[in-house]
Design a protein. Structure first.
Ligand code: UD1
Length: 425
């Protein structure tokens, strides 16, 4: 069976939607929970998406015990983490599995983890991670599609994080937390998910300072213990719903968000003529017409997030003029554009720049998601389109958006998840 979304567009969205925990925070935090050799951690607000389930499977294979103790609460005990090999068939499925190498180095001093997969939005190498491990004394090589670290004695060190890589910063924080001495991360990523991870590690008894700035200091401790922690809300999921409301029309309260995490998107949406009201832990979006053209360039935090570039492009494709979108983080993040063009968009891509000439409306069409956020962009377009869109490739959307069809249906969208026999697809 293949599963698709059937979306009949043109219905305004109204009501309230509750945002889940951040996937990109939960992946490092669930991994970091396994740093604790004593006690157990309870993590709240963990999104129940396929990436998290795969990570849980990997950690179980390593000897950890993980149990859902509520819809979004996960209990983790890593007292029996003894296996240093993460199974290839699961680890390759998600980018976040790279963190498992940091964990294994920290806990066992060695490890073997398949090189990660994840979305095809660029080459996504692991060279920065390997350089980082080396700076702490580890010898990690890539052999037969896996990262292999032989047993070594780690020692804190100084490391410059190329391109302020989020994943490399996470990995270094995880490894350095149990590495003797002091590790200084220069040009570290400043994303809110990094701050969330630092807070969790400190809650476990770690010593991480400076998270949220581009200089992070980690003092290694001998042991970490479990603790309770609530994962921050997913700013990318929130942003996607905000853009969906602006595109489809309507008035929606987006709940369980930290509005400051969405500052850049809010500024850009206002520039595009949309009404966005910031409340204590929610934002209200009221769509306005016309949508005004506005340019965007993706940047590391606090710049415009690359993860919202695709759904933003879907919105701005309906604006009353020409908008320029520049993607500076991943080299291949315009994969969704051809599908959007099949829905009537007028977009020309030249290397990392998309020139988007606004059209009056999109029309529903059979389209295919090729990565998480590109899939979200097609949902945004379909909600605004005339007619019905059949959207395949839901395995990507499921990696980042739990219950998307249900949430949108509650807001009044005409969206259904439908199973088709394979030979009918
Ligand atoms: C994370 C997020 C992803 C987000 C991205 C940028 C997770 C699980 N994923 O991805 O949703 O879009 O941050 O905010 O949190 N690079 C290298 N070599 C490396 C590592 C990265 O060349 O070893 C390059 C990447 O190809 C990319 C750039 O550096 O061009 C930044 O990537 P990075 O910040 O590391 O992204 P991820 O951690 O993979």
């Amino acid at each position: 069976m293949a599963t698709k979304f059937l979306i009949r567009g043109g219905r305004p969205l109204t009501g309230r939607v509750h945002i889940g925990g951040a996937k990109n925070s939960a992946l490092p935090i669930v991994t970091a929970a396994a740093l604790a050799a004593e006690g157990e951690s309870i993590l709240d607000n963990v999104p129940s998406n396929s990436d998290i389930h795969h990570l849980c499977q990997i950690l179980r294979e390593l000897g950890c015990e993980l149990e859902w103790v509520g819809e979004n609460s996960l209990r983790i005990s890593a007292v029996n983490l003894t296996n240093h090999v993460a199974p290839y068939n699961i680890a390759r499925k998600l980018r976040g599995s790279t963190y498992v190498m940091g964990l294994l180095l920290a806990r066992l001093g060695r490890g073997e983890v398949a090189c990660p997969g994840g979305c095809e939005i660029g080459a996504r190498p692991v060279d920065f991670h390997l350089k980082g491990f080396k700076a702490l004394g580890a010898d990690v090589t890539v052999e037969h599609g896996a990262m292999i670290a032989h047993e070594v004695q780690l020692q804190g060190g100084r490391f410059y994080v190329d391109r302020a890589s989020v994943g490399t910063t996470v990995n270094m924080m995880i490894t350095a937390s149990l590495t003797p001495g002091i590790t200084m991360l220069e040009n570290a990523a400043c994303e809110p998910e990094i701050v969330d991870l630092a807070n969790f590690i400190n809650g476990m008894g770690g010593r991480v300072r400076g998270a949220g700035t581009n200089m992070i200091r980690v003092e290694g401790v001998q042991r970490l213990h479990g603790c309770r922690h609530e994962v921050i809300p997913d700013r990318i999921e929130a942003g996607t719903y905000m853009l969906a409301v602006a595109a489809a029309g309507g008035d929606v309260l987006i709940e369980n968000v930290i509005p400051e995490h969405l500052n850049t998107l809010i500024a850009k949406m206002r520039e595009a003529g949309q009404e966005v009201e910031e409340l204590e832990d929610s934002v209200r979006v009221r769509s306005r017409r016309p949508i005004i053209s506005a340019d965007v360039e993706t940047q590391v935090h606090p710049g415009f997030p690359t993860d919202l570039q695709s759904p933003w492009s879907a919105l701005i494709g309906l604006a009353n003029g020409i908008s320029v979108v520049q993607e500076t983080i991943f080299e291949n993040r315009f994969g969704f554009v051809n599908e959007l063009i099949r829905m009537g968009a007028n977009i020309k891509v030249d290397r990392n720049t998309a020139i988007i000439r606004g059209v009056e409306r999109y029309t529903g069409a059979p389209v295919e998601a090729k990565d998480i956020r590109g899939g979200a962009a097609l949902v945004v377009a379909a909600l605004a389109a005339d007619g019905t869109t059949e959207l395949g490739g839901l395995q990507f959307i499921d990696r980042g958006y739990h219950g998307m069809a249900e949430k949108l249906a509650t807001l009044g969208a005409d969206i259904r998840r439908v199973d088709y026999p394979e030979n009918n697809v």
